[in-house]
Write a protein that binds this ligand. Structure first.
Ligand code: ATP
Length: 290
């Protein structure tokens, strides 16, 4: 009995910290309390991740203009699709609709053919992992912070996730390794280190659908390459939506959609879109010059 009791005690200690972190996370994601479960909402489990937007129109407030108008697209299970386009076009909005942080105004979003409004929010969100620019850390050890991806993870699982997120080198250099205190009152971690914690959490959570909100802040080239490799490995075998700011990082995407205020203007692989010499090629040229 000792092992399970120790585990339960550890979980009880972690839970309030996790909840504090979760509160910040929900604040960050601007969770809308208006989104409620239907009385007969179904629990979904092990979705394949076939995401379909059907004539989706959405505005944040009724009185304001719609941010998305009659948008249609499908993301196949396992596919990586990157959304790019000018600031304010609606890329983040698209990604916020999938975990149902907001409900569509018109049209529907289905996953594996089920309208997401017919699913319980909790079970839907269990199937979706979000890696954001702002990584929240709570006061606790590095191990506890990684375990936040799966509160009952074993030490072996945590260490494997850290390895897969390419964290080993920096953990080995820390004064107390996995037991180092991080968060507001602990060791300050760099942006790249925090992002790898977020990636490790996702390896633990192992969701079939992944949303990556690419960091805009500059990382040094080596860190960026490490993170890109970890992200590519994370995206493998899951449906992945990338909100991309730097066009060079999405070369590997199966498909790129160029979103403007008018809707999806171009769609294709990195190479197709460069050859097309349209908006994507233009944005690409501008970034390359910079
Ligand atoms: P960026 O590349 O700058 O992140 P984006 O393409 O992701 O931009 P969104 O963040 O989806 O664009 O914003 C689309 C539009 O919706 C913008 O006009 C923005 O001001 C508006 N918007 C975004 N979030 C909210 C919100 N919570 N409430 C009201 N309007 C919002």
């Amino acid at each position: 009995l000792t092992t399970p009791i120790n585990k339960i005690t550890a979980l009880l200690e972690l839970y309030p910290k996790g909840m504090a972190g979760f509160k910040r996370f929900t604040d960050l994601m601007k969770v809308n309390p208006d989104v409620q479960d239907k009385e007969d909402a179904v629990e979904v489990d092990e979705l394949k991740g076939n995401i379909q937007f059907q004539d989706v129109t959405f505005g944040y407030e009724e009185s304001h203009r719609a941010v998305l108008n009659n948008m249609n697209f499908t993301v196949k299970p396992g596919e990586t699709v990157a959304f790019v386009g000018p600031s304010g076009a609606g890329k983040t909005t698209i990604s916020a609709l999938i975990p149902r942080f907001y409900d569509v105004t018109e049209g529907s979003i289905t996953i594996d053919g089920i309208d997401i409004r017919d699913m319980t929010k909790e079970s839907l969100r269990r199937q979706i992992g979000v890696v954001q620019q702002d990584v929240f850390l709570f006061t606790g050890t590095l191990r506890e912070n990684i375990a936040y991806g799966k509160l009952d993870a074993t030490n072996e699982e945590i260490e494997l996730a850290a390895k897969r997120a390419h964290m080993e080198d920096f953990i080995n250099e820390l004064p107390n390794g996995y037991e180092t205190q991080v968060g507001e009152r602990g060791l300050k971690l760099s942006g790249g280190q925090k992002q790898r914690i977020a990636i490790a959490r996702m390896f633990l959570k192992n969701p079939p659908i992944l949303i990556l909100d690419e960091a805009t802040s500059a990382l040094d080239t080596e860190t960026e390459m490490i993170i890109q490799t970890a992200l590519n490995e994370l995206a493998e075998s899951r449906t992945t939506i990338v909100i991309a700011h730097r066009l060079a990082t999405i070369k590997e995407a199966d498909r790129i959609m160029v979103v403007t205020k008018k809707g999806i203007e171009e769609e294709g692989s990195h190479e197709d879109l460069l050859q097309k010499r349209g908006l994507f090629a233009h944005l690409h040229d501008v970034q390359m010059k910079k």
